[in-house]
Write a protein that binds this ligand. Structure first.
Ligand SMILES: [Zn+2]
Length: 202
């Protein structure tokens, strides 16, 4: 049997998504065949507008609707404590824990030599410049990259860069409670709260 082209194309698109294998991609596509056309149109439109409707903050590189983002503009937050994370999803996870009241810097990745991602591919230089040029002096930088091999290597590299730039700032690493190899993105708010409290000087 020849699979219709329209089905093939949607299946292929799903297959390119992380964590979706060929079987799941097929199942999702055939599921969509049962969905009313109006709902499909809304779905397609929302995907189409995903990037058009968002903007990357030129200060912290988080994803938002305005630039600077609402977190960077919030004067109630403590702008002297800066938390460095790998992805925007980590910001969402940390915000859920409500423990952290400072500001963020999103790297958009981690140093990962096996996948050809070096320090220049992520927002490390921007972080160093930001710490030097920020109007409100940054007193502490919390390195909250994931407790994985790549996350640790990234934290170590950033600490070295900050020291080399003579940044007069306390550098700390998000602490105990986060299982080794885990993702901040998936950690529950209580664990994150404890990890923030248990941070230690790097
Ligand atoms: Zn921002």
């Amino acid at each position: 049997m020849k699979i219709p082209k329209a089905i093939q194309l949607v299946t292929e698109s799903f297959e390119r998504l992380p964590g979706i294998g060929p079987k799941t991609a097929e199942r999702l596509t055939f599921y969509l065949l049962h969905v009313p056309q109006g709902e499909l149109d809304r779905f397609a439109k929302s995907v189409q507008n995903l990037k058009i409707g968002t903007i990357t903050c030129s200060t912290c590189f988080n994803v938002g609707e305005i630039d600077p983002c609402d977190l960077c503009q919030d004067t109630r937050r403590d702008h002297s404590i800066l938390c460095v994370v790998e992805q925007p999803l980590d910001v969402i996870a940390l915000e859920k824990s409500r423990k952290f009241q400072g500001i963020y810097h999103v790297l958009h990745g981690k140093i990962d030599p096996l996948n050809n991602i070096g320090p220049d591919e992520i927002r490390i230089a921007e972080l160093v410049n930001r710490v030097k040029g920020e109007r409100v002096r940054v007193k502490e930088i919390i390195l909250a990259t994931n407790p994985t091999m790549e996350g640790e290597a990234t934290a170590m590299y950033i600490a070295k860069q900050l020291k080399a730039a003579n940044a007069d700032v306390k550098i700390s690493r998000i602490g105990r409670g986060l299982p080794i190899g885990s993702d901040i993105e998936y950690a529950d708010p209580t664990t994150l709260e404890r990890a923030m409290e248990g941070r230690s000087e790097y």
